[in-house]
Design a protein around this ligand. Structure first.
Ligand SMILES: Nc1ncnc2c1ncn2[C@@H]1O[C@H](COP(=O)(O)OP(=O)(O)OP(=O)(O)O)[C@@H](O)[C@H]1O
Length: 316
């Protein structure tokens, strides 16, 4: 098991109180697995991704553990996490396209990054070229400035940099949302290619676009208001979703085939609860067509079939 996250709780400190962005999240990602993480805006996807690699100063690790390849990650300690970043766990961040320093040639930037890990640039040079080939970037890109690259090229460059040291886990956060549809597909397939070539062992692909993960993910996990609602192998989740929220997400998509193309998680009436003072019980109940008395009590996230987990009283 590459990654095991157990009862993870992460809050944001704000002047109005703590935002309970992750409220007891438990899941695993197996060796070789691409896990798609989907949910509406504000459900906690980015917070989860950041928690596994670099918390910002407003984030607070309130509870739970993260274990990667048998080692517990010191996620609450930014300094201690330095030893793991880039080499064990790496991220293509949500705004990757603007993450590169505009005043540095790309090759120089990569060299500095590699050398900051006490690795000689010459020892990764061949591998760097091979990976540029893999994502379809000309090697001359290393002599250029980020400003000279298109959005899709920058995105692929950041993917190459993030995976250069063969991390065990790669987190890709909304890597395609700013791209046009044909570039989105190329970037998604390039991501899957990194796993297929064993350059990263497993991957979490964060998106609000189910069609993206439907194409490349082995499993899909659905988040709602800081908790996990459902998780299953991709085909199972799409063909037999058991949580009413997942059912609504899937039914909001057009027919299969073209059916998931470009469709976003929209079309469900109402909005998620505030995470500043989240309600007790099931957090979806105010919007749920199947809600009943028992939903006042929080449903556990339980396995109802092989590798299919759901947090809903109607599904257990
Ligand atoms: N810096 C912050 N300070 C306070 N609250 C925050 C901060 N960042 C995020 N939050 C809150 O934490 C919750 C989870 O946000 P998060 O960005 O993780 O969701 P998301 O699912 O990734 O959304 P999106 O798809 O819009 O990026 C939301 O309620 C959000 O308002």
């Amino acid at each position: 098991m590459a990654l095991r996250v157990q009862d993870l709780k992460v809050h944001y400190r704000t002047l109005r109180g703590d935002v309970h962005a992750l409220d007891g999240v438990t899941f695993s990602v197996a060796d070789g697995e691409i896990m798609g993480l989907v949910g509406e805006s504000g459900s906690g996807k980015t917070t989860l991704g950041k928690s596994l690699i670099r918390m910002d100063s407003r984030m607070r690790h309130v509870g739970g553990t993260v274990t990667l390849d048998g080692t517990e990650l010191p996620i609450g300690d930014t300094e201690a996490m330095n030893a793991f970043r880039f080499s064990d766990v790496s991220i293509v961040p949500q705004y990757a396209m603007s993450a590169m320093n505009p005043t540095r040639r790309i090759g120089k930037m990569v060299r500095e990054l590699v050398e900051s890990r006490k690795i000689r640039f010459s020892s990764v040079r061949d591998e760097l070229n091979r990976r540029l080939d893999l994502v379809g970037l000309d090697r001359g890109v290393l002599d250029r400035y980020p400003l000279e690259l298109s959005g899709g090229m920058k995105q692929r460059m950041v993917m190459v940099i993030s995976t250069l040291l063969n991390p065990s886990l790669l987190i890709a956060d909304e890597v395609t949302s700013a791209l046009d549809v044909s570039t989105q597909r190329a970037v998604a397939l390039a991501l899957a290619g990194f796993r297929d070539h064993d350059l990263v062992r497993s991957m979490i692909v964060i998106t609000h676009d189910v069609s993206l993960v439907y194409q490349i993910a082995d499993t899909i996990t659905v988040m709602y208001a800081g908790r996990l609602a459902e998780s299953a192998p991709t085909d199972t989740l799409v063909s037999t979703p058991r949580h009413p929220y997942t059912q609504l997400l899937i039914s909001a998509l057009p027919e299969v085939g073209v059916r998931y193309g470009g469709k976003r998680l929209t079309g469900i009436a109402g909005s998620p609860p505030t995470l500043l003072d989240p309600p007790s019980g099931c957090r979806f109940r105010a919007r749920c067509p199947l809600a009943f008395d028992r939903c006042a009590e929080q449903p556990p996230f339980v396995e109802i079939a092989d590798n299919h987990r759901v947090a809903c009283w109607k599904a257990v």
